[in-house]
Write a protein that binds this ligand. Sequence first.
Ligand SMILES: [Zn+2]
Length: 314
Amino acid sequence: MIPFSDFKPKKIEYKAIKTSKKIIVIDPGHGGKDPGGIGWNRVKEKNIVLPIGKYLRDILRKKGYKVYLTRDRDKFITLRNRTKFANRKKADLFISIHCNIAPKHPEVYGIETYFLSPARSKRAERVAKLENSAIGNLQTSTQKIVLNFLNKTKIIQSQKMAIDIQKNLIYGFRKHYKNIKDGGVRPAPFWVLVGTQMPAILIETGFISNKMEAKRLSDKIYQKRYAEYIANGIESYFFKFSILVFKSFILWVLYFLANSSLVIPTVNFPKEDANFNNSLCPLCKISNVPPTTTFFMAITYPYFAEIYKIHLID
Ligand SMILES: [Zn+2]
């Protein structure tokens, strides 16, 4: 679990991100003959997650994303068809929206975000069992085999996205409501996420077995805010991802430069000179290269140093 009490999102100029190329599949859970959880005052999960999904679709479309819903009405869809749909659309993200229930503990409430992982805690397993029921009786041994073959990169990206979304939800809601409980980001073996070929998360928007949260989740304004904060989390995730791509590009350029004798002539310092140990350190070798290269190397040195574990000599 990750505490977010100190979190304050930075103002980011999101226009820099090319949102038009990103495809997002939103999956409002359950539907049709499957009501999902039934909570306080007979509130049904399927009727809460659908409007949140639709609001989220509208917000993301306005921002320029390509967005698809696995269902836009009260219709039953199998878990397998939900992931198949996302794969067919070649989505960059898959977001499944649900509500939690704890009928024996109506006092329990809170917002939780899950990412698919073979790792499991008792609590995560309980929630996964509830949400996985639609898949029927899959052998435990089969489950274990599938979970062992999960793509590690996808898990890491899913976890990062889950953190960004959870942070924005907690930060956003706390500005307007009291008693917003951060249930944290957790790994869990959700079957709706298993078949996806893209980063995938599942949001447990709150406990509808809790009176306060059931009331809030049934409220249109709360639902709209939910969609808005999820969207903020998605933007934050894509922004960080684009920074990562940029950093990787810089590193690639640096690697090329460092290995090119045309750009950085090797200077052979006398071996007995202790100040120049002829190490990998590029700044030790660039005394006679053009000023532009020196400048370029200086500003990008931290990334280079990180990768090669090199250092400046005092
Ligand atoms: Zn559900």
